[in-house]
Design a protein around this ligand. Structure first.
Ligand code: NAD
Length: 469
């Protein structure tokens, strides 16, 4: 059976298909219809009709009820969705379960936000009555990557729908399955036909048509910086609203006064989780020189203890990379000469796109493996001598998405929290994503914010209305 795009409440047959390969076995396991520009047009027009004919004007309480029902149906189907994600992208099943739960929570949060998101009354100088409205935009194109397919689809779709928009969701070429189920299940939960359309296909083929479609009012994108730049260019002539969540090369800063046990125990998974395919991966580790050897020993020993293997098993921590190409990309970085690979970087025996987590020491700050996003299970660790030099090095990056600071000196933590150039930062923790808080990047890591009320603001136009007395 071919799984087809979900448009106007049903499946639509396509001419082309994409064969999906299970990254843990290298076996093809599923065929999905690939949308073309004609389906883009059909989906966008259908979404615009659904917007005009009811969704934009639906009573907020009714809209909230539908979003709560979507969360409930996602929870009922959580195991099915987790298994799909595991097979599709090789995600360890325990992580896949967490991510489906996160997606459901995002719908609950924004269902609840609908009645708490409002404008202002403003005492304008000339008297009269002045108030603001937060109005939906119309059709939002949500373009998402393959590394966290389900949660990112939810954290774009839920706030956009909550604000009263309709959504055309384009999952990544490699990872369309949970997005397509989201479309079907949301429809079953009571979302009217056309309000959420799901278009699997290749970005190169349908991306331009989607971004440039005259009825698309906003493009909300998560993916690579290169494609983000392209979307910005394509959106410019129509002055479309955009939000871009892009790449990262996040620092993990460990001071000598930190809780060494906590920092060293949790740092490996702050970069190797999801096989390193994480925009927030703490892939540049800075350790104060007096603690360097001790920290590296503990980091290596914690890394040796990580379980790499079959993503279907509950205890697996690191699965395969998503594709052969993604693994080769990491290997290219590792194979460049002159580096001391202290641990890992080999392919384990057997099938699947696995790569043992690699720890690289002795890198120079000019080295591509230190500067560029590898997007695989690769970390570099360097010592630093003082705070001023550290800050210069940390901020010497085109990216600014996430990062961690480990210290027990509160003043220093606050000083650095202000000075590190990134949109998201954790102190004595590696946690970056909170449904209730804004998430996004500085510099070439992006524009606009996902999650929290900031995301909902980003899916509305702000209108001012004045009434004379
Ligand atoms: P990608 O940019 O290749 O693809 C992302 C999406 O864009 C996919 O759906 C793809 O099909 C689509 N696309 C490709 N070409 C397009 C075009 N010309 N027009 C429109 N859409 C197009 O990224 P990826 O490889 O899927 O994901 C990995 C990247 O995503 C990494 O750089 C990672 O850091 C980033 N990422 C960022 C965040 C964040 O929140 N900042 C989160 C996850 C991933």
């Amino acid at each position: 059976m071919i799984i087809q795009p979900f448009i106007n409440g049903g499946s639509v047959a396509t001419k082309q298909t994409i064969v999906l390969v299970n990254p843990a076995t290298e076996e093809p396991f599923c065929e999905v219809g690939a949308a073309e520009p004609a389906e883009v047009d059909q989906a966008v027009r259908g979404a615009n009709r659904a917007f005009e004919n009811g969704w934009r004007d639906m009573a907020p309480g009714k809209r909230a009820g539908i979003l709560f029902a979507i969360a409930a149906i996602l929870r009922q189907h959580a195991e099915e969705l987790a298994q799909l994600e595991m097979r599709n992208v090789g995600k360890p099943i325990a992580d896949a379960r967490d991510e489906i739960g996160l997606g459901a929570r995002v719908f609950e949060y924004y269902a609840g936000a609908i009645g708490k998101f409002f404008g202002q009354t403003i005492p304008v100088a000339r008297g009269g009555f002045d108030f603001t409205l937060r109005q939906p935009m119309g059709v939002v194109a949500a373009i998402v990557p393959w590394n966290f397919p389900f949660p990112i689809a939810c954290w774009k779709t839920a706030p956009a729908l909550a604000a009263g928009n309709c959504v055309v969701l384009k999952p990544a070429t490699l990872s369309p399955l949970t997005a397509l189920r989201l479309g079907e299940l949301a429809h079953e939960a009571g979302l009217p036909a056309g309000v959420l359309q799901v278009l699997p296909g290749t970005g190169g083929l349908i991306g331009d048509a989607l971004v440039q479609h005259p009825l698309v009012r906003k493009v909300s994108f998560t993916g690579s910086t290169a494609i983000g730049v392209r979307i910005m260019q394509l959106a410019a002539p129509g002055l479309k609203r955009i939000s871009l969540e892009l790449g990262g090369k996040s620092p993990n800063i460990v001071f000598a006064d930190a809780d060494l046990d906590a920092a060293a125990a949790s740092s490996p998974m702050s970069v190797f989780a999801n096989a390193g395919q994480d925009c927030c991966a703490r892939s540049r580790v800075f350790v104060e020189r007096s603690l360097f050897d001790q920290f590296v020993d503990r980091f290596l020993s914690a890394t040796r203890g990580l379980i790499v293997g079959d993503p279907a098993l509950d205890h697996t921590q690191i699965g395969p990379l998503v594709s052969a190409g993604q693994r080769e990309n990491s290997e290219r970085f590792l194979n460049q000469s002159g580096r001391r690979i202290a641990l890992g970087g080999e392919r384990p025996n057997g099938r699947g796109y696995f790569l043992n987590p690699a720890v690289v020491l002795d890198v120079e700050p000019s080295d591509p493996i230190w500067r560029e996003e590898v997007f695989g299970p690769v970390v570099c660790i360097r010592p630093f001598d003082n705070e001023a030099a550290l800050l210069d090095e940390v901020n010497d990056s085109p990216y600014g998405l996430s990062g961690s600071i480990w210290t027990n000196d509160l003043k220093r933590a606050l000083r650095l929290a202000r000075r590190v150039e990134s949109g998201v930062l954790s102190i004595n923790s590696h946690s970056s994503v909170h449904v209730e808080a804004p998430f996004g990047g500085f510099k070439q890591s992006g524009l606009g914010r996902d999650l929290g009320f900031a995301a909902m603001e980003g899916y509305t136009e702000l209108k001012n209305v004045y009434i004379s007395e």
